[in-house]
Write a protein that binds this ligand. Sequence first.
Ligand code: NCD
Length: 304
Amino acid sequence: MNHLIDIMDLSVEEIDELIATARDIIANPEKYQEKCRYKKLATLFFEPSTRTRLSFEAAMMELGGKVLGFSDAGSSSSSKGESVSDTVAVVSGYADIIAMRHPKEGAPMVASMKSGVPIINAGDGGHNHPTQTLADLLTIKMEKGHFDNLTIGFCGDLKFGRTVHSLVAAMSRYPGVKFVLISPDELKLPSYVKNTYIKDKNIPYVQTNSLDDVIGELDILYMTRVQKERFFNEEDYLRLKDSYILTADKMKNASDDMIVMHPLPRVNEISTDIDSDKRACYFRQTKYGKYMRMALILKLLEVD
Ligand code: NCD
């Protein structure tokens, strides 16, 4: 059974294939509109989402398939105490493929052991978010043209930001990549991510509190939201939430071809006056996510 639990489940070659399929879908959408006729995607979202769930649903609809699911754990039997494994064992009898988001790290992996159909991790707690990484990778390919020799700055909540963990892992496989890790001390990249994907691979990196000091060196600035829902106390969140606010003024020190990415939702960390800057690509990034999810669904369902 094919699942996507961790971005490292996909080889670099498989990622290239998904990108090629996504680009072909963008160029020839009509070729794909019946590919998943009679197939169903279930979206089991035990945590809030806008883009991820709706882009999965739009992806399946654009492939001619149908969607079912829930967007609130409170409306599912998990509120009665049902385990994730039982929910998935049941739903895999109703759908051909399942996208699941869950607040517990590892829940989609556990689910995959009980599922008769492919499981896609649509975000598990503060751990991983592989399909956001697929969106991010297509964005980088479309905007920068290549993955090699890029200096990528990750800014904000690197501790709880699951999109950061998955993208660091994915980018660690391309030659000449450098990481710049910009966060308050309390929100540094977890050591398991740093050790596995940066230190053990001898990838050059810089760790800093200051965005201003490093913005001029970056090819990509990946901004993130401080993950309020993962904090143990509100006081810490309030103290840290506005650690970084990217403004037009700060952008003056960035190079002309640096791109600004963000998985969204944004709260305060990017001022809206940057939205019209050609370097801001976070809204384009959301569209790329839909095409990569279409390509992924085709791959996991083994549709030609
Ligand atoms: C991200 C997530 O859910 O981790 N959102 C998304 O899927 N685009 C980032 C976030 O919530 O901050």
